[in-house]
Every structure is written in C-alpha cells, then in structure tokens.
Design a protein around this ligand. Structure first.
Ligand code: AMP
Length: 551
C-alpha cells in the first residue's frame, strides 16, 4: 500500500493531511501525484468522489516557492461552476494552510470589487470559472504570465456549458512551457481534440477500467441513496432504522468523519463504535471484541482500519461516502455475503457522485438500485410493525399476562375494551421510542445523468421542446441584441445558483428577451440570484414567464 510519505510530499502537506484525517492516498492520487510532481502533463478520466482534487492540488502546492512569491498566480484551475470554484479553493486552503497559500476563487456573480482587491494584494492560486477569468484578463487584473500549472477540472462539464472557446482563449495567454492537467468524468471526442492540442505527451489515467472477474463480486443486495451532504447523517439513521441490521460496518473516508458519525449515531440510540488508523491495537481489539459479543451493533471505520477484518455476523456494509475507486467498493462489500450468508450493501452518494455509482456498476457487472430514502411515513409504519411484532411475541409466549387482568377488567367498567387495548399499545409503542414526531422529511434528490438532460437549444430561436416534469420557464429581459448567447445564460445561472449546467433545460433567445427552463424547485433561487447579477455587463429583468404558449 502506498502512503502519502511514499509519494514524497513535503512535511507541511503531510501534516495537513494527517490533521484532516486522511489515512492513505486514493488510487487516483497514487497514480497521478508522482508524474505531476515530475512536471508531466496529465489526462485523467475520473469522477467526483475519487479524490481528484487533492491529486492535482497537492503537486501544485508541493512546488509553491517558500519565499519571494510574486503577486501573480503560479497555478490556475478552471472549473465549470461557482460551487466547484469554492470547493476547490477550500481544498487548496486546507492542504496548503501551513504554506500560507493565497487562493482566490473567482466566479461570476460575486462583486468584482472584492476580487480586484484580492488580486491586487497578490495570489498564488486562482480557481475560476472561464467567463469571469476572461473578464479579469481583459481588465489586466489577472495576469497569467507566471502560471506554471493549468488545471481543467470537470472539463466535460465546461464543454457542455459552452466554455470551449473561452478555455482556448485563456490557455493562449498562459506560458508555452506550462504544465497542463485535464480531469474529466467522460472523454467525448471533442475532449480528446482539446487534449491533443494543449497537452504534451500526457500521462493517461483512467479509473476503474479492469472489470472484476465473474464470481469475485459477492451476491449481495446492493442499493444506493442519493442525498445532499447536509442530510446524510439523518438519511443514514433512517436507512438503518428500516434495515435493522444485526451487525453493520459503516465506511467513511476520514478519521474525522468516523468520529463525528459515531457520535451522531450513538445520539440516535445505536451502539456504534469507531475504528480508525489513529487508534492503538489495544483499542481496536476492544472495539472488535464488543462487536463480536454483540454489545455493539455498528462499526464506523476507515478502509485502512478495517483491512483484514473479518466479522462473522456482519449483515450490512454501508458506504457513508462513495468509495474512491470501484475496486475499493468491491473490497468493502466483499465482507458480507460470504459462504452463502445473506448480505446487504448500501451506498450513500451525493448528487455529484452519481457517476461513481455507474463506474462501480460497470466494474462489478452488477446493478445498484437507486432507492428513495424512507419517508417519515415509512419509518412510522416500520416502527408500528416492530411494536406489533413485540406484542405478538408477548401474546404467543403467554408472558405471565394473567396478573394484568385486573387492570383490564376495572378499566372495561368505564371504557370499551378496544379503547383500552389501543391505549396499552400506545404506551408500549412510546416506551420503545416509537415516536417519529421530531423527524423531518429528507428531500429526495434524483440522481442526475446525462441521459436525463432536457434538450437545449444551441443557437436560439428554436422553440422549446419542453423540459419534462418539474421544469419552469423564466423570462429574462435581455436577448440577442444585448449579445446574449446560450452559454452566457448557462454560465450565469450555474455561476450564481446551485444548479449545474445539465439541470438547465431548453433555452430560447429572442432579440429582446430570453426564455430559460429551470427545475421548478430551484426557480425562486435562480430568480433571486439572477436579479443580483449582470449578464454581459447588464442588469436584466428576471421573472417567471407569464403565459405558456401552445406547444
Ligand atoms: P474529490 O473527488 O476530489 O471531490 O474528493 C472527494 C472527497 O474525498 C473530498 O471530500 C475529499 O476531502 C476526500 N478525500 C480526498 N482524498 C482523500 C484521502 N486520501 N483520504 C480520505 N479522504 C480523501
């Protein structure tokens, strides 16, 4: 197993990774970091969830000069969305904290004044959406003459959003001898062409290529839940409540996550134990002992800590995060379903990580069913079922019930016997924590895939095909005469709101106005966001379209 030390990273970075609770490099980090440190160009096919951000950020930080940094950036990362610009910047900050790295995210929508001030003070790394980067370049506030590394992150996504020309224009302004890194979840032919033009003899990395030999993947029930990060702890609790595992292992990415989740689950009444690489052998043995003796029912662990671990009674493997590579999934899930025992594998995936699920399915040749998170009603039904089962058992066991006869008899003088039974069931139900009053509904997020995308008009003028269920059309008071192109609208919406390019439906551009389809659930957010920004330097009226034309 390769460690971060084997990768010869500088001490400041190693300390940061330890503090973050990273125990070992992910497969893509193991493959990408050495050639990147050598200065090679790299073409990587990797989806979100593989650890690709650290794979390109660590080598850039490794080569950051200790002193005498000029004010101009040495690293430029281009990303499709505001959301990703912020995330990638935060990652650079976390890894490069001890190096005093100056990172600036720049994206449309944020007041340009703040970006100007920061650029003026000097930055080392700029993480930008292409449109806003060009904007700064034309003002000469972003100078790329000192850039040593350019990263195109989620490049397919940027192409989808119409940023191809912008990317070309930006790359042209960077030094010839720069290092270029391109990460993309998919490699359509257009991407290959861009790579051919701008990458020199790149190292190629592709995640999850080798399919698992038949029979190697265990016969287990596999399901996944797509859930936003903020709802993950609640979603896990809910799924566990319904699955009621005898013994389960929950895999997390980092030590921090292991500790936090253990605390959360204990708070929910589970008997959860943490297991990670930071614990002594003695501590680990104690934890394993408790699991074997069934005084604990959940083990919350990192991959490293769980290596080589074999628990007979394990019924469920839960991936709290999608594993960083399909091979890791196969490895984890292999802990259940052995020797004819029944097993269940459950994966929680964030909406951005749905591609990893597909990659895993490709490698294992088995389907992972994406299911809806149990609703409050499901949970209520399940808990009632448990109470019913407990009463049934008590009746069958003839549990010394005779001594309660007097209670029932005196009450039936006054009440109907059925009402007495109902009150008794309620007491029993409540006593076993049956109530779900405090539970909130967890929003179901549909897994997004390319195929789901609604058609988008390219040149404008093409009538909308309709975006299918749940889409709403917005009116924008700017059109062709203001120089608005579809990619400007996609860029502005994705840059200003939480939506990604592929969430946006048909776009129609008329001379004086445009119509854009967005998911109904996000309509208000998009309206508010667009009202606060400019498109092509102009403020636009934004509202819901008032009438629907016959289709
Ligand atoms: P990414 O694919 O870059 O979006 O990363 C996915 C997640 O994995 C992020 O939350 C990272 O913080 C986390 N991560 C990246 N590398 C590691 C690692 N070596 N060990 C544990 N977590 C990691």
């Amino acid at each position: 197993m390769t460690t971060f030390i084997d990768l010869a990273l500088r001490a400041e970075l190693l300390r940061a990774l330890t503090d973050l609770g990273y125990e070992e490099p992910t497969p893509i980090q193991t493959e990408a970091i050495p050639p990147l440190l050598e200065g090679r160009d790299l073409l990587g096919q990797a989806a979100t969830g593989t650890g690709k951000t650290a794979a390109f950020a660590l080598p850039v930080l490794q080569r950051l000069p200790g002193e005498g940094r000029s004010g101009d950036p040495v690293g430029l990362v281009l990303v499709p969305t505001r959301e990703l610009a912020v995330q990638v910047s935060q990652a650079f900050h976390r890894y490069g904290r001890e190096l005093g790295v100056r990172v600036l995210p720049i994206y449309g929508g944020q007041p340009i004044g703040r970006q100007l001030q920061a650029l003026d003070r000097g930055v080392d790394i700029v993480v930008a959406t292409p449109g806003r980067a060009l904007d700064h370049m034309s003002r000469d506030t972003l100078r790329l003459g000192g850039v040593a590394t350019v990263v195109l992150d989620e490049a397919d996504e940027m192409l989808d959003m119409g940023f191809a020309e912008d990317i070309e224009a930006i790359l042209e302004q960077t030094p010839e001898g720069r290092q270029t890194v391109l990460f993309s979840a998919t490699m359509p032919p257009r991407m290959a062409a861009i790579a051919k033009r701008h990458l020199r003899d790149p190292v190629r990395i592709e995640m999850g290529r080798a399919p698992v030999a038949p029979g190697e993947a265990p016969p287990v029930r596999q399901s996944a839940y797509v859930v936003a990060r903020a709802h993950k702890p609640a979603a896990l609790g809910r799924v566990l409540d319904v699955e009621a595992p005898t013994a389960a292992i929950v895999f997390c990415r980092t030590r921090e996550e292991v500790d936090q989740l253990t605390e959360t689950l204990n708070g929910r009444g589970y008997r959860a134990e943490a297991l990670h690489g930071g614990m002594s052998q003695e501590q680990r043995d104690r934890v394993m002992g408790r699991l074997r003796a069934s005084t604990a029912d959940l083990l919350i662990a990192t991959d490293v800590a769980a290596r080589g671990l074999d628990v007979e009674q394990l019924t469920h493997v839960v991936n709290y995060d999608v594993p960083s590579a399909p091979e890791a999934y196969v490895h984890r899930v292999g802990r259940v379903g052995r020797a004819g025992r029944e097993g269940v594998a459950i994966t929680l995936a964030e909406p951005r990580e749905h591609r990893m699920l597909k990659a895993i399915e490709r490698v294992t040749g088995q389907r992972i069913a994406v299911e809806k998170i149990p609703t409050v009603a499901d949970l209520r039904a399940r808990r009632l079922e448990l109470t019913r089962a407990a009463l049934h058992e008590s009746l069958l066991a003839d549990d010394d019930l005779e001594r309660f006869r007097v209670v029932v008899e005196t009450l039936t003088d006054e009440f109907d016997i059925l009402d007495v039974a109902l009150a008794a069931v309620k007491l029993a139900h409540d006593a076993t924590g049956g109530d779900v009053e405090d539970e909130e509904e967890i929003p179901h997020v549909p897994a997004r895939s390319r195929e789901d995308r609604s058609p988008r008009a390219q040149g404008g003028g093409r009538p909308s095909q309709g975006g299918g269920g749940g889409m709403t059309r917005l009116f924008l008071g700017l059109g062709r005469s203001a120089g608005v192109r579809p990619q400007d609208l996609v860029g502005a919406i994705a840059g200003e709101s939480g939506l990604r390019g592929r969430d946006i439906g048909a776009i129609e551009i008329a001379d004086r106005f445009s119509l854009v389809e967005v998911p109904e659930r996000a309509a208000e957010e998009v309206i508010a966001a667009l009202r606060g920004t400019t498109i092509k330097g102009r403020k636009a009226t934004v509202r819901r379209e008032r009438y629907t034309r016959p289709r």
